[in-house]
Design a protein around this ligand. Structure first.
Ligand code: FMN
Length: 337
């Protein structure tokens, strides 16, 4: 049965998938997920030497790469870098955090990587879920009081550090039952203090993001929306969505025609992202932030610690996360006078 003919909805995919042993795909994945259990300096260096790209990054980018290697994150380079801040093609080198809502390297992952490859020389931190975060939120609310009290803080931090450091976030997820994958949802749950209703991070308000999902037939748009919605509440002002029906269970089955179209789309998308120099926080985000600010002022947040967080950031006065710190101070003083 050809892919084009047979795989137009979820049930079909699940049935055919079983027959063809799709689950075996994960077995063929290299087991070298580079889990780094030993934390001594010697082991870290040895690990870096065994991985030339990681080593190169170590030499090139020092601290950042060291952090990545130490945290057993897969880091790879896309092509050759050019002058400082720009690559050979004149594009800006960026820090990219790529989060895959699946362990396997299927169509969604391929498309994410295809996009990342359009920014040669960028530093890319790549995570696979649940491999890199094997937990669900237990609803203990410990993070509301103190982030580090989350039972999964250490694992989570490796990912959140990369997210917070990145200029561009790329999320990929297969469409599962018309939505994003469960591991991706789990990451969203485990980072819920990022939300504007809790402790939004100022760094989010200047980031760009792309959310990618593939479906065999339908549902990719809803899957992409799940993640894009969370990013809105994180405060990310520039989010591009790419949901596509690939009529396949894996990348190898995607037709050449579709692959060519996807490649064209990714080139175009990269161009649009590159051209967007000035990321501005939109009215919807400003309104939502204002609403949450009022909630904190009235003491209706989840904890007094949240209010203190908003206060310390100057957001209960005239400061805003999207304004430069200097400007915030001036305006705060102005308001006080
Ligand atoms: C559990 C499961 C649920 C799925 N649900 C849907 C669905 O709702 N709609 C759909 O069109 N395809 C569905 N599919 C098919 C995948 O979305 C599709 O093959 C996708 O391209 C896989 O992406 P990947 O190669 O990145 O894993 C499902 C597949 C699985 C395994």
């Amino acid at each position: 049965m050809s892919n084009e003919a047979g795989l137009s909805f979820c049930a079909a995919v699940c049935t055919v998938g079983k027959k063809n042993g799709v689950t075996g795909r994960q077995k063929t994945e290299p087991l070298h997920s580079q889990r780094l259990f030993a934390c001594s300096v010697f082991d870290l260096l040895r690990h870096a030497q065994a991985r030339p790209i990681a080593k190169r990054r170590l030499n090139d980018a020092g601290k950042y790469a060291t952090m990545n290697v130490a945290n057993r994150i897969r880091v790879f380079a896309c092509g050759k870098g050019g002058g400082p801040g720009k690559n050979g093609e004149g594009k800006h080198e960026m820090k990219i955090a790529m989060i895959h809502g699946q362990n396997h390297k299927g169509s969604s992952c391929h498309i994410g990587r295809m996009l990342a490859a359009q920014f040669p020389g960028s530093q890319i931190s790549e995570f696979f879920l649940p491999k890199d975060l094997e937990h669900f939120c237990v609803g203990c609310y410990a993070c509301i009081e103190e982030e580090a009290d989350c039972p999964y803080y250490a694992e989570k931090k490796r990912i959140t550090d990369a997210i917070e450091a990145a200029d561009l976030l790329i999320f990929t997820t297969p469409t599962y039952c018309m939505r994003a994958s469960a591991p991706m949802k789990s990451l969203i749950d485990l980072t819920f203090t990022y939300w504007m209703s809790h402790k939004p991070r100022a760094c989010m308000f200047g980031k760009k993001a792309v959310v990618i999902s593939t479906a065999a037939g339908s549902g990719a748009k809803s899957a992409v929306k799940d993640i894009a919605n969370a990013l809105f509440y994180w405060g990310v002002p520039y989010v591009k969505k790419y949901g596509i029906s690939v009529q396949a269970m894996g990348w190898a089955q995607v037709s050449e025609k579709k692959k060519a179209r996807i490649e064209k789309d990714m080139k175009k998308l990269a161009g649009v992202i590159e051209e967007k120099k000035d990321v501005r926080v939109g009215l919807k985000t400003r309104l939502m932030f204002g609403l949450m600010r009022k909630m904190q002022i009235k003491g209706l947040g989840a904890s007094p610690k949240e209010k203190a967080y908003w206060e310390n950031n100057g957001w209960l006065a005239a400061g805003r996360p999207w304004k430069p710190a200097g400007k915030q101070e001036t305006e705060t003083h102005g308001a006080q006078r």
